[in-house]
Write a protein that binds this ligand. Sequence first.
Ligand code: EPZ
Length: 417
Amino acid sequence: MKIMELEGQKELKGTIRISGAKNATVALIPAAILTDEEATICNVPEITDTDALCNILKELKVDIKRASESIIINPENMENIEIAESFSKKLRASYYFMGALLGKYKKAVMYFPGGCSIGARPIDLHLKGFEALGAKVTNEKNKYTVEADELRGANIYLDFASVGATINIMLAAVKAKGTTIIDNAAKEPEIVNVATFLNNMGAKITGAGTPTIKIEGVDHLGKCFHEVIPDRIEAGSYIIMGALCGNNLKIDNIIPEHIESLLSKLEEVGVKLDVGQDYVIVSKPEKYKPTTITTAVYPGFPTDLQQPFTILLTQAEGKSKVIETIWENRFMHIPYLNNLGADITVKNQTATIMGATPLKGTEVVATDLRAGAAMVAAGLLASGKTKITNVEHILRGYEQIVEKLTEVGAKITIKEI
Ligand code: EPZ
């Protein structure tokens, strides 16, 4: 088990370079098996979720070469075998192999995926999409078999603009016969990145980034080279840390349009930002104003930044609220924040934060990935030492977090216990 230790109240100064987006990478790696030749993906973050997906590729006998920040994936000799539960439960995104294997071989056998326990996380919309394309789905003790004699384009309306279902249906539909339309599709930048990747291989996808995506099936997908977009959630997490402890902290290699909702909320609470073409410079203000944030699908305020943003609200004078509308269990960090000195109550899907309260270091738990980022933000701000356990959650999504924060002045270490 790994433990992280932080000594708080250090000024953060200098530059943090943002890595490739986790939530794009975890879809691009399974999507790469759809090529009949070879796919090169660069700007791939070195995080444990990337490793978990590469392990699945190895199980499927896919040839992979990893160099610094890039992966070359060649599925020429791959075998479509059942993905064991020990692999699928390592992360949520293992479910993208369902769409990709179905699209390539018309058959996928795997178990229910793992991932952060932030809600029930059903996959009914994914499965309904596969069925609409002509697949038969059977489920026996968590094992899913999805197969079709032929995949045919269809009109699919998603009851919720699910990121995972939108991507998975795209993966299954790229080689289907005819045209597929996904209505009420998710619009997140990661969807656009995956559609661009598939189009680079020869797919015919239009409308990604809008609520209606059109996919005209093709027979062959070829060689391609692709770059992962910068991670907007990693960027947002460090910008929030800069708003807490920064003195002209530069968050570099980002696409500011991808985090507009965060930037405007930061300005609303009194944080001054210098926003450039591919960077944001952020400093801690003298005081923060309270506000309400309501999480929503893109371009709304991202649920994945709600937890780190809450730390900022503990420093605002007066009453703030966080309303979580995407996940039913994303307030697990709150008891730990209260242990650090915050005054937060949770009722149903709303957290009410009374501020400002000083935070004092103690032992806390990273209950999930972004709760972990929130604990790091809290530890940077708090007086004294903060110890974070279950750090494995954080390492699933933040490349070189200790190195990046140390470089800008934080006192932070990870050790194995
Ligand atoms: C993606 O999860 C991200 N994960 C999540 O990031 C992110 O929080 C989420 O999108 C929302 O932005 C990855 O990309 C790997 P959804 P995903 O399908 O695709 C319901 C992080 O911290 N739903 O858009 O699983 C679901 O229960 C992670 O990086 C169904 O009901 O999210 C939820 O309430 C955590 N049935 C809502 O839709 C379905 O079949 C949104 O889920 C699918 C989803």
